[in-house]
Structure formats: C-alpha cells, structure tokens
Design a protein around this ligand. Structure first.
Ligand code: SAM
Length: 275
C-alpha cells in the first residue's frame, strides 16, 4: 500500500527494524500518517521554522513534519534501535533531518538551534513530557528560545496545564503555564490510535509564550504555589504559614480565608512578589 510520502508504511518499518514497543521507554507509536499530519499542522506553518522533535521513535510524526515542509528538523531519541529507521527518513529528505541520540532531559535545547522561529513538537511518555514542559517554562530569560510547543499529554495532564482558577484541575502546572504562556487543548487522541494502545485518552496541547508576562521571580512563584497547593483544601492563612501566613497575605491584599484554587495567576504573582 502506498503512503502519503512515498516511504514504507510504519508497520513495515517497525517490523523491518524490530521496533517492538518497550514499556520502560513509554513507547506507544502513532502509525497513521493522516493523524500525525493533523498533529504537525497544529504547530502552524512549518516552512520557515526549525522544528525540534523529542522522541521520534519509528518516525510517524517526523515524517509528517518533514512532509509539511519544515526547513530543518532536529530530533532527539533515546532508543538507539530507532536510528536506522530515522536514517531512512533523513535520506528521503536530504539535509533537513538531524538526529541526536540521547536523553532529552539532559539536552541543552537553547544551544541546539541558534536561529528561530523554533517550534517544538513531541509525543513523549507523559512524565518526560511534563518535566520538559516545566523546564521550558522556567528559564530566567523570557521570551524563551522557542516560539511554540505542540505536545501530546495524557488528557488529565492537558487539563492541568490549561486549567484556570476555580477548576478542579488547577494547580502548580496551571499557574506556571498560565503565567508565561497561552495554552489550549486542541484535540483528543483516543487510545486506539496508538500501537500498543495506552489505558487513557491523550490530548494535544499547544502553547505560545506571552510576550510580556507579569514581572515575577520564578523561584518565588514556585515557592508560593508549592505551599498553597500542597494543602489545597486548607485556607491560605494555614497553608502559607511557613512563608509568612497572614502577614504575607495582607501585604499582597488577599483575603486569608481563601483557598489556593480560587486565586488567579495574577494573584499568585502578587503573593510571590510580596515574599
Ligand atoms: N513520536 C513517535 C510517535 O508518535 O509514534 C514515538 C512516540 S513514543 C510515545 C515516545 C518516544 O520517546 C519513544 O520513541 C521513546 O523511545 C522516546 N523517549 C522516551 N524517553 C525519552 C527521553 N528521555 N529522551 C528522548 N526520547 C525519549
């Protein structure tokens, strides 16, 4: 059967290179190139962009990104078994794909691509994805080196990223993402779309940096959200006691009987700046 890009179907690639999915590496592959193109399109126009893909695996999303015209794609994969399949893709799109073998959590992303716009696209094991997202949201320098993030998450994690106050999913991740980015969930991907299927529904989250987020020291914001959401059912005068309790809340002009999940991002920033 033919494919959209003239390369062999992914099932064949997986068989040829013996890429049976390994649980320890969080491997749930997407084999439908129509779906991977739909995901890649979420990142907007790719023609002038440098794309960083984390966890390309057998290359379903990689092929979509290249077929949509990305000028340059840097892909970071931890599993060396995937390298021959990725090399075939590189041969099909000469000079456009660079593959780095290694653990994405140890890569200095900002140093990878000196020239923007940089779009990051990834379908990763969710724990690695969440850690990378936090790393991409924390740098001292803002706007960051990236122009957009298009990431697959377990749906529940996606809900936490985009959550606002008074939402059950609102927490540290929602405050951090809401402070520095505009984040939204784009569409769900059902378990059956993956091989093997995971237990839960996944979702694509798209984030773009706010050009001028409210001024705030990241480590102080982390401190107040950690304390406040660490005891999310308690009143703030109680949960924030180690950081100054009533006095801190009075300085920030926030009623001390409120609970963490009722505070807007702006109010968390005020608290952090009052520390
Ligand atoms: N992108 C492919 C797709 O959509 O079919 C593969 C997705 S699979 C969910 C996750 C991929 O991330 C696997 O290929 C796995 O080997 C890779 N991976 C897992 N942990 C990684 C890490 N720390 N750094 C880089 N790649 C990682």
């Amino acid at each position: 059967m033919g494919t959209l890009d003239g390369l062999p179907p992914l099932r064949e690639v997986i068989q040829r290179y013996g890429l049976d999915a390994r649980k320890a590496l969080g491997q749930n592959f997407l084999l439908d190139l129509n779906l991977t193109q739909k995901i890649a399109r979420t990142a907007g126009a790719l023609e002038d962009a440098t794309v960083i893909e984390v966890g390309p695996g057998p290359g379903g999303l990689t092929r979509a990104i290249l077929s949509l015209g990305a000028r340059k794609l840097v892909a970071i994969e931890r599993d060396p078994r995937c390298l021959p399949a990725l090399a075939d893709i590189g041969d099909h799109y000469p000079g456009r794909l660079e593959v780095i073998e290694g653990d994405a959590l140890k890569v200095d992303f900002a140093a990878l691509v000196p020239e923007g716009p940089v779009k990051i696209i990834a379908n990763l094991p969710y724990n690695v994805g969440t850690q990378l997202l936090v790393n991409w949201l924390l740098p001292g320098q803002w706007p960051p080196f990236w122009d957009s993030l298009t990431l697959m998450f377990q749906k529940e994690v996606g809900q936490r990223i985009v959550a606002n106050e008074d939402d059950d999913h609102y927490g540290r991740l929602g405050v951090l993402a809401g402070w520095r980015t505009r984040a939204h969930m784009v569409f769900d991907v059902p378990p059956q779309a993956f091989t093997p299927p995971p237990k839960v529904t996944s979702t694509i989250v798209h984030l773009t940096p706010r050009p001028e987020p409210l001024a705030c020291d990241v480590s102080k914001l982390e401190k107040v959200t950690q304390a406040a959401f660490g005891q999310r059912r308690k009143m703030l005068r109680q949960s924030l006691k180690p950081l100054g309790g009533e006095a801190l809340l009075a300085r920030a002009g926030i009623d001390s009987s409120r609970r963490a999940e009722t505070l807007s991002v702006g109010e968390f920033v005020r608290l952090a700046n009052s520390l």
